[in-house]
Structures are given as C-alpha cells and as structure tokens.
Design a protein around this ligand. Structure first.
Ligand code: PAF
Length: 281
C-alpha cells in the first residue's frame, strides 16, 4: 500500500489508473478507522480494481468550540488496518496541501444542509460538501461509499453529486453496530462506561419506533413519542432532535403512508451521537 500525501501525486495515480481502464473505488474518512469503515472498504474492494481511502480530519466541518482538536487521530493504526484490508492507496494529505491559503469557493447544498444536523451545527455541511467535492476531483473515483449512520450527510452528498454532475456512483451502506446495538462511530471512544450504558437507549429507541410502526395505525407523533421515551428515561442523554422525515427531502412527514426516516442526535456529556432508522408501515 502506498501512503499519498500530496494532491498532485494522488491526481497522477488516479489518471494512470483511469488511463489503464481501471475502476477506482473511494472511501472518504476522517481516520481513526473502525469496523464501520472496514465494511465500506471491503464492499468498495468488491466493486473496484483500485481502492483509495482518504484520511483527513477536515477542519472546515467543525464549528467553533467543537471537537476538532481532540478528534481521535491514529495514523499508524489506520495505515495498518488499510494494509490488512488490501487498500491500494491511503490518501492522507497535509491540510495546507488540500486547503491552500485564501479559498473563496465553497460548495453548499441549500435547504437540505440547513435542517437537523445543519440547524444545530451551522456551516457543518458546507464543510462536508466542500471537502467531498475536492476529494472527488482529486481521487476521481468511479464509486464512492458512505455509511448510513450519517444519513443526512449521505442525502446531502447524493444531492450534490446530482446537482454538480459529478461522474461518480454514490453507495450508502448499512450502519454497523456494536454488540450492544450502538452505531459504530469514532466519537464513541469519548464515552465513559456509564455514558456507554446510557447510550444503549438509542438503539432501543429506534427499535421502539419500528415496533410502533409495525403495530399499525401510528401517526408520526406517536412514532416519535415511542422513540423519545427510552432516551428521555436516561439522565445522561439529552435529545437535540428526533424527527420522522422524508428520506429525500428531510422534511417532516405529516402522515405515515410510506417509508420514512427517523433521525436523531443525542448529546451524551460532550459527545454527540447520531443514529437513524428507516420505518415502513
Ligand atoms: O463522514 C466523514 O467521516 C466525513 O464527514 C467525510 C465524509 C470524510 C468528510 O470529511
């Protein structure tokens, strides 16, 4: 495996691969890789001839006072995991190389970026879509994979790819969970044992919502109430938002006559936990 630090080197590699007719698969990450990322890498490997993983903690998607400085970083562990998974290139650029001074161009998906996570973290999705655009330009993949845990991110990126006519297939793979049901996230390592136990209410909340929908005749308000209850029973958890929305527009659903997405963000001390589930009546 080759570790690539510079944008121009990564572009040359992508050009060479494309010139040879090879299919490039790409997994963008902020490093600190866990089983969720490895699942994305394995699937990408099935679909492509050359697998590129990027590892870059993107300052532009963190707001003031957020966890940019303390976000977990493990470059050696990441490289070892990528080697073990047969990744071809680990693109780990220096920030100055990816963000030369004085940028004036940003990518923003209007509307979709402003709701839910975007409402609580203004500018977050502008940071995500700007960096993902840059990475797509540099890595030039045929297929790019994201995890469904960050449902809004996947929806926003898909929309950007359509609107800006990026020539790439976006694949969103199911959330990978720990044995206790908690969705894998690099931020889980911030949790104390007590917080970790409390956080198990989140997968229980998703299950309660699915169950309420399966019983039939539920209104969106009843589904939301069923999901809120297990979380509200935990003193260590604070719901930021918990909504039943349309899986494309992210607008709240008024009736439950088709598939809908239950999305939530919960604060557990300093740690923000995101999760979601699709419900079908
Ligand atoms: O999901 C992430 O890890 C990040 O938001 C991404 C897509 C790598 C952009 O920095």
């Amino acid at each position: 495996m080759e570790i690539v630090r510079r944008v121009h080197s990564m572009k040359e590699i992508a050009d060479r691969a494309r010139g040879r007719g090879l299919r490039i698969g790409f997994v963008p990450t902020m490093g600190s890789l866990h089983e969720g990322h490895l699942t994305l890498i394995r699937k990408t490997d099935e679909l492509a001839d050359v697998v590129v993983v990027s590892s870059f903690v993107n300052p532009a998607q963190f707001g003031p006072g957020e966890d940019f400085e303390r976000y977990p970083r493990d470059p050696t562990g990441d490289a070892d995991l990528c080697v073990a998974e047969g990744v071809d290139y680990l693109f780990a650029p220096d920030p100055e190389n990816l963000y030369p001074p004085g940028p004036r161009t940003f990518v923003e998906v209007e509307g979709l970026s402003a709701r839910l996570e975007g409402a609580s973290r203004p500018g977050h999705f502008r940071g995500v879509t700007t960096i993902v655009s840059k990475l797509l330009q540099v890595v030039r993949p045929h297929v790019v994979t994201f995890g469904a845990k960050d449902a809004q991110q996947a929806i926003v990126v898909k929309r950007m790819v359509v609107d800006l006519m990026f020539d790439v297939e976006v694949l969103v793979l199911p959330t990978v969970r720990d044995d206790d049901g908690l969705a894998l996230s690099s931020r889980n390592r911030y949790l104390s044992p007590e917080q970790r136990t409390a956080a198990q209410a989140i997968p229980r909340a998703l299950e309660a919502a699915r169950q309420r929908v399966t019983e039939g005749g539920a209104t969106p308000e009843e589904v939301v109430a069923a999901a809120r209850a297990p979380i509200e029973a935990q003193e260590l958890l604070q719901i930021d938002y918990l909504e039943l929305v349309d899986g494309e527009t992210l607008e709240p659903v008024e009736t439950l006559d088709g598939e809908a997405l239950l999305v939530l963000a919960v604060d557990c001390g300093e740690t923000r936990l995101l999760d979601n589930t699709t419900v079908r009546p």
